[in-house]
Ligand binder design. Structure first.
Ligand code: BGC
Length: 253
């Protein structure tokens, strides 16, 4: 319990370059500790990543519930894809490996689903109808809500677009890798969002991931036919969503 009585859960957000953790007040959606970031071990094998999860648990001297995100399809704790992570992960029960490393259960879910859950509860995604939360980073992650219900493990970053996986066309990483101006990158994002709108007709698209901090610099080029807004929780959405998933005791996978 937190100082004001809120339930606290340790949220851990596993990414390709960093693994971030913080204790979250799940009633308020706010962090009650500093964020601790540890560089993702290379290679990011299951055992090495489990070691970092245990290190974070130790760092916070944490003996409560733990929720963890993972940048891949995760069903019932099992990792089923590896677009931007070590191929050794496919078929691995990440939930069990992490649980073994800390000695109690860990709820594991897709990173974008976690961000979406946090945005839905405490950010800007709470809306009737169909809402997409898309995270732009190394890849593109997606969380889809229909009347407030999450449809887990959608992989809109891997929809084929312009002859390639959409995330190879317009993830935030691509802007840096190809040296695109913000405008040229945003035009790519706009074409992709327009395509998604044509296919699914969402009522709202929320743009998340680190780049959403610079939303004002590129939003003018986005007009996919539906409302587009920046995520409200910025970089904390993954940590908060992981904690919420664990607090709910629900398996969002
Ligand atoms: C993965 C998704 C993940 C996204 C963002 C994609 O490459 O397939 O599962 O949500 O990257 O990390």
């Amino acid at each position: 319990m937190g100082s004001l009585g809120g339930v606290e859960v340790l949220g851990i957000d596993i990414g390709g370059s960093g693994i971030k953790g913080a204790v979250v007040d799940v009633d308020r959606g706010s962090l009650t500790t500093e964020r601790r970031k540890i560089l993702t071990p290379q290679p990011a094998s299951p055992t090495a990543v489990a070691g970092v999860v245990a290190e974070l648990v130790d760092f916070f001297s944490w003996d409560g519930a733990v929720g963890c995100t993972f940048p891949a399809v995760v069903r019932n704790g099992v990792v089923l894809s590896a677009a931007n992570v070590d191929a050794d992960w496919v078929g691995v029960h990440g939930g069990e490996i992490f649980a073994e490393s800390i000695g109690r259960p860990v709820v594991l879910l897709n990173d974008a689903d976690a961000a979406g859950i946090a945005e839905f509860r405490f950010g800007v995604a709470r809306r009737e109808g169909v809402v997409f939360v898309l995270t732009f980073g190394t890849g593109i992650g997606s969380a889809v809500f229909v009347e407030g219900h999450l449809m887990p493990n959608t992989e809109f970053g891997h929809i084929e677009f312009k002859g390639m996986h959409a995330e190879h066309y317009c993830a935030a990483r691509v802007r840096e890798a190809e040296g695109l101006t913000m405008k040229r990158w945003a035009r790519r994002v706009d074409r992709y969002l327009t395509y998604l709108y044509e296919l699914f007709g969402p009522d709202l698209i929320v743009i998340g991931g680190g780049v959403c901090r610079r939303f004002d610099e590129f939003s003018e080029w986005l007009s996919p036919g539906t409302e587009v807004v920046a995520a409200g929780l910025l970089n904390e959405a993954g940590i908060v969503g992981a904690a919420l998933a664990a607090a709910g005791g629900a398996s969002f996978s």
